[in-house]
Design a protein around this ligand. Structure first.
Ligand SMILES: NC(=O)c1ccc[n+]([C@@H]2O[C@H](COP(=O)([O-])OP(=O)(O)OC[C@H]3O[C@@H](n4cnc5c(N)ncnc54)[C@H](OP(=O)(O)O)[C@@H]3O)[C@@H](O)[C@H]2O)c1
Length: 266
């Protein structure tokens, strides 16, 4: 059976991408081969999605498009074991944090290489991925990679030098927002709400605000001004946020995470 998409690493992100590619009809399940060491996970993937599975990474690497979804720490070992890269037209797409296009091009000489940085909301189809192209990527290959990541959310294209900044913002951002949601709920509890109600209010407030901003295309500052009445409750809360350096804390968090990403990539 011909393999259009080979995936090395059927973990959280590999599975999220594959399941949605099948749902959207970008690929048929039979077009996909996932290589994964755990027999149990192989069986689960085959059972749940009907994809082909193997424990042999070399088989996945014969596909027209190869998606690398392993942990970055084992990249060198996995590449060293790939011996049957036969098809020069292959497109290699890597989601490995910190693995550069130069490393990928050294590992896959004469192949078109795309580096992508998705984020955790991809697992529910609400992610955003930044992608950077290697030196020999054709426009139709970029289109295909874009389609692949659109299956799990939105896609932006950036030069590779901006990948650390992407990591600091959208890569690490879900953790910042999770903390903000938790803190909102804690505030609600501190103000007297029962925990389950505070949790629901906090989560839906963040989700709803993001949806509202997206749907209306309003600048966040304009939305903030619209919900801030003179001498009212919201401006009293905002004054406290400013006093505590909320805005600055978020800016500094993105800068620190980008810097850490730069250090780890060296
Ligand atoms: N999760 C995210 O939100 C996110 C965001 C951005 C980028 N990424 C990147 O995505 C990549 C995968 O992350 P993940 O969260 O999906 O990790 P994960 O759930 O641990 O998935 C990695 C998979 O690779 C398998 N594996 C281990 N050794 C292998 C080998 N030699 N050959 C083939 N497969 C092997 C693992 O199997 P076993 O479990 O059996 O060892 C596991 O199923 C990472 O490089 C990460 O940087 C992830």
């Amino acid at each position: 059976m011909s393999v259009k998409l080979g995936v090395i690493g059927g973990g959280v992100m590999g599975t999220a991408i594959v399941s949605r590619l099948i749902d959207r009809g970008t690929y048929q399940n039979t077009d996909i081969l996932i290589s994964e060491p755990s027999l149990q996970q192989q069986q689960a993937l085959h059972h749940q999605y009907g994809v082909q599975v193997t424990g042999d990474n070399n088989l996945a690497a014969t596909a027209q498009v190869l998606l690398l979804a392993i942990k970055p720490q084992i990249f060198d070992r996995v590449i060293a074991d790939l011996t049957r890269l036969e098809r020069p037209t292959q497109l290699i797409i890597s989601i490995l944090a910190g693995v550069s296009i130069a490393q990928l091009e050294r590992a896959f000489p004469d192949r078109a290489v795309i580096r992508a940085m998705p984020n955790t909301p991809a697992t529910v189809g609400m992610g955003i991925a930044a992608i950077s192209t290697g030196t020999s990527v054709q426009p139709q290959q970029l289109d295909l990679a874009t389609q692949i990541f659109q299956a799990v959310g939105e896609v932006v294209t950036v030069t590779e030098s901006l990948m650390d900044a992407v990591t600091g913002l959208s890569g690490s951002g879900p953790a910042y927002i999770a903390i903000a949601i938790e803190a909102l709920a804690d505030g609600g509890v501190a103000a007297g709400l029962p925990r389950p109600i505070a949790d629901r209010l906090a989560l839906q407030t963040v989700l709803g605000t993001a949806a509202l901003l997206k749907e209306t295309n309003l600048h966040p500052a304009i939305l903030k001004d619209r919900v801030t009445s003179p001498g009212g409750t919201t401006i009293a809360g905002i004054a406290k946020l400013e006093q505590a350096g909320f805005r600055s804390a978020i800016i500094q968090a993105v800068i620190a995470a980008a810097q850490r990403s730069r250090e780890l990539g060296q």
